[in-house]
Design a protein around this ligand. Structure first.
Ligand code: ATP
Length: 237
């Protein structure tokens, strides 16, 4: 008998109204690993992250999600957040009118509080240099760093990243990738949704590939990089 997985998604079916999007997916994420969740546009990656984070939309009609023995599927999004989930959405949601530091402090208003400001600025020196600057005036890469830092400012166990590399120059992607490795070393588990599949696979331990709301691959990330037909069929790379 094996120990239950750290994060377990079991037979999730998710809908937007009548549209049946995620069609019964199951996968496990081990503690401290980086899982790349990949697939073509519209495959259901964002919908899966939103279902795990327990956002009101999509509607999850069936299935279970367990995080470290806690039943996320019975929780609302704020409860899932307290249970240790940190979602960094694709649009980053930096709050306008607030400085970098105020954006981070806002995340620390309610316990359980995660990384200290000092620790966050050590991870992202650029944010420390710009702590008094309004968050929405940062560059795209810096805003992505702020969005990740804000998730860590709460005491999270799992980081859910939706296309963190989108629109960023390769050198900035390098920088963010380096911080994701450090975050992993700190024991945090990550699910990474990325269109830039090659970069995601180079960083990830394992990969799950979705195609029209179903899982078509669950295994090592390195194996996907080596498997040309898998890449061509489901990732177009
Ligand atoms: P992308 O890389 O394009 O974001 P994805 O794999 O993340 O792709 P999803 O965003 O999960 O895909 O979308 C899956 C399907 O659900 C798509 O067909 C999309 O049009 C549909 N969809 C997404 N959001 C909604 C919504 N709010 N209402 C209705 N349908 C939606």
């Amino acid at each position: 008998e094996t120990a239950p997985a750290f994060l377990s998604v079991w037979d999730i079916h998710a809908y937007y109204g009548e549209s049946y999007i995620v069609q019964g997916i199951s996968f496990n994420v081990h503690e401290g690993e980086i899982l790349a969740l990949l697939g073509r546009n519209g495959a259901g990656k964002t919908t899966t992250l939103r279902a795990i984070a327990r956002l009101a939309s999509p509607q999850v009609h069936k299935g279970e999600i367990w995080l470290d023995h806690q039943p996320l599927h019975r929780m609302q999004s704020y409860e899932a957040s307290i249970a240790g989930l940190g979602l960094v959405p694709e649009d980053r949601r930096i709050i306008s009118g607030l400085t970098v530091e105020e954006n981070l402090q806002l995340a620390q208003i309610a316990p359980p509080i995660g990384w200290s400001l000092d620790r966050l600025y050590e991870l992202f020196p650029r944010l420390g240099e710009r702590r008094k600057q309004e968050g929405t005036t940062l560059s795209g890469g810096e805003q992505q760093m702020l969005a990740i830092a804000r998730a860590l400012a709460r005491d999270i166990k799992v980081l859910l990243l939706d296309e963190p590399y989108e629109g960023l120059a390769p050198v900035i992607v390098d920088e963010i990738e380096k911080t994701l490795r450090i975050i992993k070393e700190q024991g945090i588990t990550t699910i990474l949704v990325e269109q830039n599949a090659v970069r995601a696979l180079q960083l990830a331990d394992r990969a799950v590939i979705l195609d029209t709301g179903s899982i078509v691959y669950d295994g090592s990330a390195a194996e996907v990089l080596e498997n040309e037909s898998l890449r061509a069929e489901y990732l177009a790379i």
